[in-house]
Design a binder for this molecule. Structure first.
Ligand code: DGL
Length: 265
């Protein structure tokens, strides 16, 4: 393994680009390869064995592409498959999990909300984390049913998204949460509209930055961090197994020199 190999990132679709963004900002000299498995999105309501199977498929593609580390930019895949992946493959894996800990530690009302997929909310890893960090906290869990589909269709702020969100957010209004944890890497794209719809004192947190810091720390620990600055900044590479238009639109907002291609995987 050499430090010039790329960081491999995968998600069930376009949402994990919110994590890629943090990684790219923290480690701009590193090569990144992103796989959007949009053909199989959403993962959140699939049986665990299928989530594991899809996670293995993505891992193997990233290994073929020469990844030196794999970032699972998907809460559903992390909470259901990371343990198996770590047992089965020698490469280091970084996962993303809902940021329950900081929300529980900082909540004044002792009532926090979490918006995540069914797969994440019903996972053993999530219940272990919640038991550990938030035993004395009231956690209002809401399954973001339908949100990933709308985001995959590029509907970040459509009338349909707004009315759907208003209905989903109701338990958070009723229970007067003061923190909202975003437990799905697609949801950071909803922050502008969530800020509009939620009461002003609700703090929204996601785990993107923490994942980027953890990626840097594991790369450094394993001597895989790119130390030298390359003469030309590497071009981030994105692959989608459906029409890459939505992916392109999301990336375009942050990055000019980028490459998005269709890939059957
Ligand atoms: N981005 C995935 C996550 O973080 C979305 C899950 C899905 O595809 O349902 O959970």
């Amino acid at each position: 393994m050499s430090n010039s190999q790329p960081i491999g990132i995968f998600d069930s679709g376009v949402g994990g680009t919110s994590i890629w963004r943090e990684i790219h900002e923290l480690l701009p000299n590193e090569r990144t390869i992103y796989l959007a498995d949009s053909k199989n999105a959403p993962y959140g309501e699939k049986p665990i064995e299928e989530i594991k199977h899809l996670s293995r498929k993505n891992t193997e593609k990233l290994l073929d592409m020469g990844a030196k580390i794999i970032v699972i930019a998907c809460n559903t895949a992390t909470t259901n498959a990371i343990k198996d992946l770590r047992n089965e493959y020698a490469i280091p894996f970084i996962g993303i999990e809902p940021a329950i800990k900081p929300a529980a530690l900082n909540s004044k009302s002792k009532t926090i909300g979490i918006l995540a997929t069914r797969g994440t909310l019903t996972s053993t890893l999530f219940s272990q984390t919640s038991d550990f960090y938030a035993r004395n906290i009231n956690i209002v869990e809401v399954e973001g049913h339908g949100l990933v589909e709308l985001i995959e269709a590029g509907e970040l702020d459509s009338p349909q998204m707004r009315s759907h969100l208003l209905k989903l957010l109701e338990p958070f209004f009723i229970n007067k949460i003061d923190y909202l944890v975003l437990g799905c890497s697609h949801y950071p794209y909803l922050i502008p509209i969530l800020e509009e719809l939620l009461p002003k004192d609700v703090v929204i947190i996601d785990s993107g930055e923490a994942v980027a810091r953890q990626t840097r720390s594991i790369l450094s620990e394993k001597n895989l961090l790119l130390k030298e600055t390359l003469p030309h900044k590497p071009i981030p590479e994105f692959f989608s197994n459906t029409n890459p238009k939505v992916l392109e639109n999301l990336i375009e907002a942050v990055q000019n020199g980028y490459k998005v291609s269709y890939l059957d995987f």
